[in-house]
Write a protein that binds this ligand. Structure first.
Ligand code: ZN
Ligand code: FE
Length: 238
C-alpha cells in the first residue's frame, strides 16, 4: 500500500491510497483536477472517495471524481444529507473491508457534528480531517468543547507510531501557538526546526505521528477540559 499527498486549494491536502493492483481510495478530495492529474499520469483506478466531513474544502471533488471513475462516495451516516453524491453510509466504529482496503471509522464530533476519522490498522495510517492537525486541532463549529476534547482523547489510544494525515498544512502557524503557551518544551523546539527545514524545501510537514503530537501538540497535552477550552479560545484569536 502506497500513499500520495496531493496539494489542493490554498492549504488543503487530499490523500490517495494505492494498492498493489493500482486501485485507489482518495481521502477528502478538495477539488478534482489535481487528483485526476495524478491518477491519469500513473494509470490508477479510483474506487472509493472517503470524506471526513461535509465542508466544501473536503468534498469539492466528489462529483467530478465519481462521474469520471464510477467511484463510490463514503461518509458518516448522519451527514448523508450534506455530503455530495454519498453512496455508502458509515457508522461509528464500523470496519470496512473491500478489495485490499481495510479500515475502521470513528465518530469524532467537535469541528462538525458528523466528523469521522479513518484508521487503516494494517498500515497504521490515520486520516483526521479537521479534527486533529499537526500541533493543533480544528475550530469548534458545530460541537461543544467537551465533544472536541473527548474526540482528541480517542487519538491517545492509537499506537504511538501511527502516521497522521490531516486536512490542512497549518503546522507552522500552529507551532507558534504551541511555543507561546508551552515555551519550555525542548521536543517542540526540535520539531519547529524540522518543520522549517521541510517547508523551506517546499515539502509537506505531513504525516506526523501520534508520538510527536503527544510530545508537542498543546491541545493533546492539555489534561483537562478547562485548560483545553481556554487554549481553544486563545487559538481562535491567535
Ligand atoms: Zn472543515
Ligand atoms: Fe478544512
Amino acid at each position: 500500500m502506497q500513499i500520495k499527498i496531493i496539494k489542493c486549494l490554498q492549504d488543503n491536502y487530499s490523500y490517495i491510497i494505492i494498492d498493489n493492483n493500482n486501485n485507489a481510495c482518495v481521502v477528502d478530495p478538495s477539488e478534482s483536477d489535481p487528483v485526476i492529474k495524478y491518477l491519469e499520469e500513473n494509470k490508477i483506478n479510483l474506487k472509493f472517495i472517503l470524506n471526513t466531513h461535509h465542508h466544501y474544502d473536503h468534498v469539492g471533488g466528489n462529483k467530478e471524481l465519481k462521474k469520471k471513475y464510477n467511484a463510490k462516495v463514503l461518509g458518516y451516516i448522519n451527514d448523508k444529507e450534506r455530503i455530495p453524491e454519498i453512496d455508502i453510509f458509515l457508522k461509528n466504529k464500523e470496519i470496512w473491508n473491500t478489495d485490499s482496503f481495510k479500515f475502521q471509522i470513528f465518530h469524532i464530533p467537535g469541528h462538525t457534528s458528523g466528523h469521522i476519522c479513518y484508521y487503516f490498522k494494517n498500515e497504521k495510517f490515520l486520516f483526521t480531517g479537521d479534527t486533529l492537525f499537526s500541533l493543533g486541532c480544528g475550530r469548534i463549529f458545530e460541537g461543544t468543547y467537551e465533544q472536541m476534547f473527548s474526540s482528541l482523547q480517542l487519538f491517545k489510544s492509537f499506537p504511538k507510531d501511527t502516521k497522521i494525515f490531516c486536512g490542512h498544512e497549518y503546522t507552522l502557524k500552529n507551532s507558534e501557538f504551541c511555543k507561546k503557551y508551552d515555551p519550555k518544551n525542548k521536543k517542540l523546539d526540535n520539531r519547529i526546526l524540522e518543520i522549517k527545514n521541510v517547508l523551506s524545501k517546499g515539502l509537506p510537514t505531513i504525516p506526523t505521528t501520534i508520538e510527536d503530537e503527544l510530545d508537542c501538540n498543546i491541545f493533546l497535552r492539555s489534561g483537562d477540559l478547562e485548560t483545553f477550552s481556554k487554549l481553544r479560545d486563545l487559538k481562535d484569536n491567535f
